[in-house]
Design a protein around this ligand. Structure first.
Ligand SMILES: NC(=O)C1=CN([C@@H]2O[C@H](COP(=O)(O)OP(=O)(O)OC[C@H]3O[C@@H](n4cnc5c(N)ncnc54)[C@H](O)[C@@H]3O)[C@@H](O)[C@H]2O)C=CC1
Ligand SMILES: O=C(O)[C@@H]1CCC=N1
Length: 258
């Protein structure tokens, strides 16, 4: 299991590169068992990692192939991956379409997020085809190198979670911007507004790494003061429905296919 060769198509992109670097740093993959497809010929990977311009050659030399290209780039990709385990990170591309286009009988769809950069992605994954137990464990351990991971019960979970957790820092970034903009509109100087809003999202997020959110809300509501008024206003405006509609809008795109 340890000596498998992994090829990443799109390994010079945002997710692909971060995952490749984490796999090497953690020792999960040795440099001479990692292949990266690279069209420019310029490498910043450590020595031993093989760069290949030819994707079919990469597939032929790999036991497992990660597709970390964009959905529209996948339409142009011509590879025969019959007999290989293909792991796709692409949003909105069903496993059946990946099998049909690549010939792979076993396809894992995984949905990390941009926090792979800091090894804090949550990555749900789902395997289609005969994914044996050893492969299952391997996939789980691979994504644990960039955070935490869970096998999910069906493929639709991947489409739904693409919008919920695949979006990674998008929801917190939007909240941070809204807090900043509102503070500036209320007359707070921009630099202070930015620091205050960042403190809420980053500092608050770090606390929630080890606290239960419901208990946190209850503890702060118990003051019956400022926080209670602010959170009650959000609840009155049905924040849950707003969040629900946002995730559904993203999931709809993933389900429709890209
Ligand atoms: N960036 C994100 O936060 C997330 C991205 N995804 C999915 O991951 C996939 C990759 O996304 P990113 O890394 O953000 O995109 P990216 O655009 O940063 O990376 C794609 C890379 O693939 C390379 N590439 C494209 N076609 C190629 C080919 N035929 N041969 C070799 N290399 C090729 C490009 O040059 C680029 O370096 C997408 O399908 C996206 O849906 C999923 C969850 C989160
Ligand atoms: O927005 C997208 O389509 C990709 C998938 C989830 C995050 N980024």
């Amino acid at each position: 299991m340890e000596n498998r060769t992994l090829g990443i198509i799109g390994g010079t992109g945002w997710l692909g590169r971060a995952i490749a670097e984490a796999l090497l740093e953690s020792g999960f993959i040795k440099p001479d068992h990692l292949l990266i497809s690279n069209r420019s010929g310029v490498s910043t990977f450590e020595p031993g990692v093989k760069l290949l311009a030819d994707n079919q050659q990469l597939v032929d030399l790999s036991d497992i192939v990660v597709l970390s290209i964009r959905p529209e780039q996948f339409r142009e990709l011509l590879i025969n991956a019959r007999g290989k385990l293909v792991i796709s990170l692409m949003a909105g591309v069903p496993a059946a379409a990946i099998s049909a286009a690549t010939g792979a009988d076993v396809v894992v769809r995984a949905m990390p997020n941009a926090a792979v950069e800091i090894r804090q992605s949550f990555t749900p994954w789902y395997g289609v085809g005969n994914l044996v137990e050893l492969d299952r464990q391997w996939v789980q351990r691979l994504f644990e190198c960039v955070g935490s991971a869970d096998e999910v019960p069906d493929e639709d979970c991947i489409d739904y979670l693409s919008a919920l957790s695949g979006t990674g820092p998008a929801f917190p970034a939007m909240l941070q911007m809204a807090l900043t903009n509102q503070a500036v509109a209320a007359g707070i100087p921009l630099a202070i507004a930015q620091r205050a809003a960042q403190g809420v999202v980053v500092g608050g997020g770090q606390m929630l790494a080890s606290r239960d959110p419901r208990q946190m809300i209850e503890s702060l509501m118990a003051y019956r003061g400022v926080t209670a008024a602010a959170l009650r206003s959000m609840a009155d405006q049905n924040i849950e429905a707003i969040v629900g509609r946002a995730v559904q809008a993203g999931a709809e795109i993933a389900r429709k296919g890209m």
